[in-house]
Design a protein around this ligand. Sequence first.
Ligand SMILES: Nc1nc2c(c(=O)[nH]1)N[C@@H](CNc1ccc(C(=O)N[C@@H](CCC(=O)N[C@@H](CCC(=O)N[C@@H](CCC(=O)O)C(=O)O)C(=O)O)C(=O)O)cc1)CN2
Ligand code: MET
Ligand SMILES: [Zn+2]
Length: 750
Amino acid sequence: MTLPAATILGYPRIGRDRDLKRALEQHWRGAIDDAAFHERAHEIRVADARRLVDLGLVGDAAVPGEWAHYDHVLDAAITLGAVPPRLRDVVPAGPVSLAHEWLLARGEGDVPPLEMTKWLDSNYHYLVPELDAASTFALQDRRIVERFAAVRDAGVVTRPSIVGPATLLTLATGGGVRPIELVDRLVPAYRALAEALAEAGAPWLQIDEPALVGDWGHVSRAEVEAAVRAGLEAVRGTGVRILLAVPNGDASGRVEALAPLADAVAVDLVRGSVPAIGGTVVAGVVGGRNVWRTDLDAALETLRGIDAHVVVGTSTSLLHVPHDVDRETTLSDELRSWLAFADQKVAEVVTLASALSGADESAALGRARDALAARRVAPGVADGVVRDRVAAASAGDAERVAYDERVAAQADIVLPALPTTTIGSFPQTGDIRRARAAHARGELDDAGYRAAMEAEIRDVVALQERLGLDVLVHGEPERNDMVQYFAESLDGFAATAHGWVQSYGSRCTRPSILWGDVARPAPITVPWTAYAQSLTAKPVKGMLTGPVTILAWSFVRDDQPLADTAAQVAFALRDEVTDLEAAGTRIVQVDEPALRELLPLEEHRRADYLDWSVRAFRIATGGAAPGTQVHTHLCYSEFGSIIDAIDGLDADVTSIEAARSRMEIVDDIAGHGYPRGIGPGVWDIHSPRVPGADELDELLATATAGIPAGRLWVNPDCGLKTRGYAETEASLERLVAAAERARERIGATV
Ligand SMILES: Nc1nc2c(c(=O)[nH]1)N[C@@H](CNc1ccc(C(=O)N[C@@H](CCC(=O)N[C@@H](CCC(=O)N[C@@H](CCC(=O)O)C(=O)O)C(=O)O)C(=O)O)cc1)CN2
Ligand code: MET
Ligand SMILES: [Zn+2]
């Protein structure tokens, strides 16, 4: 049985109206029981599968079946019995209950969850499988088989998918063992899955191996290739056919020798070129990482040039894009005509497959051509003033005076040794969100909304003064999201109303659409920051999101180099810094949590990326006076690899996630001789756990051992927007007390 003519590699699983998010959060707070949760999850799966058939994915195995509750990497680990060694006594072998699934994903009490980190170069987060030398694997949980059968019984024969062994092991951590070395032990469990699926009547299994397109450092290319091979050899001959999917980059040069072991190979033709393989190729000409309408003429030409049996597909799963652009009635008709969300992308692969088979699709091709042509010349796509400013940028725009001179100019910002601060956001309470929703619906007027946010700022400032923090924040209550908020105030961006995309677990974002040249028509953050500063004699940090993060967490235009778009955003932020200074702000933080995330998977593309991304940050902050203290904030570990780039940002103070990795970063910093202020996080804010006093002392002892006291700051790992007030107050109280003890211990004078 061959694959149908059109398919996609995956579909959003959070539900059209974030139905799965709601079900998850209701189950977590005990509002619905296991049976009700399973029922809701099943309904979402069936509705999505039927919609995909209605959109034209007809024929057995055309509809992908990947339906994790929380994360697809966690689902693979659960399926194959890869339970963390530390939890062997807690999570028994066999099917994993919802309670245990949430324990793995979210932790509980003293049990920390699996670590969470970025999936490839995206803003989706997966849970890192934990393995050790004693790890064994088997088909322990049949959720993939059961979901296939349940959706088949509802009328749709899908193509289940699972993360492949090379990718699973490349992304896993190992205690005392390199996970990739466990591959021979792991692959029989994949075979057992393939056999079970064959028995259940599944015609195809998709094995995702994006690890093939990256350069990993800790795992060699030969090891990745060998692990993919071992997986494919293990699953051969069970009766289920194998689609090897290699999304997220250029598979050519990496997949040719493996292709004969699979029944079909899916490749990303948005980022990559066509590999020389025969057999069946799922040609990923429709992009899964962006929201622009496909150039169907160009795609058709690519498809016609492939010397193999061609199935039209997407470059990646559509997990990263929202469901349906037709719901975005607040966008202009013009902008909407340029866009394709998941459902429109499905229609595109169907149209292309039909055209490829010789049917007359001239009307659809013509509409796509017209939309593209209109986009090229639309007002706002190119703005002469913006372009002239970027073109005129000089090296000096990215330079501040030497650090020593800045330290001298900042001497009147009076702070103790080991100053305490937070990362910016305070809890986003239900009241704040309800006020914003009421404001959006027109039920709360502008003045009422401002008053509500100012009341919140007053409370947050008072709380920080009571706790004794040294550098205060206003708490960011007015921000729906740290990127969308800025996008809504900048020219060149559009925000969506329903364009939710899963970020992790139940948490979603609405990435904005960066379609035109970027400019800042008016100050954005100044009134809020100035209001907070008016309430206190302590310094209040102004809080901005940096250019790289604004790009990384938006859907960016594909018609010019990212570096050019980054420079435009950087100049807009530069003006905001100037206006904050004029309003009396002495400390400005420019967050770049996505700096590491956008680092290309392929080694040969990294230097160029780091060059333009660091430059964009420096343009954004380069206009700050020497007396203005510039902070930045980065989250997620693995920063050792980009420590030179962090140094290159030239920020006066950098706060960085460190508590979860138990201060590993301190060695990197000490070894590098990093010369400026640094605040390694001492409180892991990703769970409601309140850190113990001993734990804080220990983390600070590690920090003071590696970093000179004059440069060390004390802060949490990240912002507090997902936390509640109970744990926020308790944890910050302990953090301030621990900083005081550390000052005494090292004999620092306040
Ligand atoms: N873009 C982005 N990426 C990021 C992060 C981030 O902060 N932003 N942080 C890191 C971790 N990722 C995260 C992603 C999302 C959230 C998060 O909290 N998301 C919220 C939504 C945030 C938001 O957009 N809030 C809006 C809309 C909130 C909402 O759902 N409103 C209700 C109505 C309000 C009510 O009556 O309660 C609705 O629309 O139904 C607002 O506050 O205005 C969620 O999923 O619940 C946190 C971290 C990395 N990537
Ligand atoms: C994901 S980084 C978050 C930084 C932001 N200033 C906050 O505190 O929420
Ligand atoms: Zn952060």
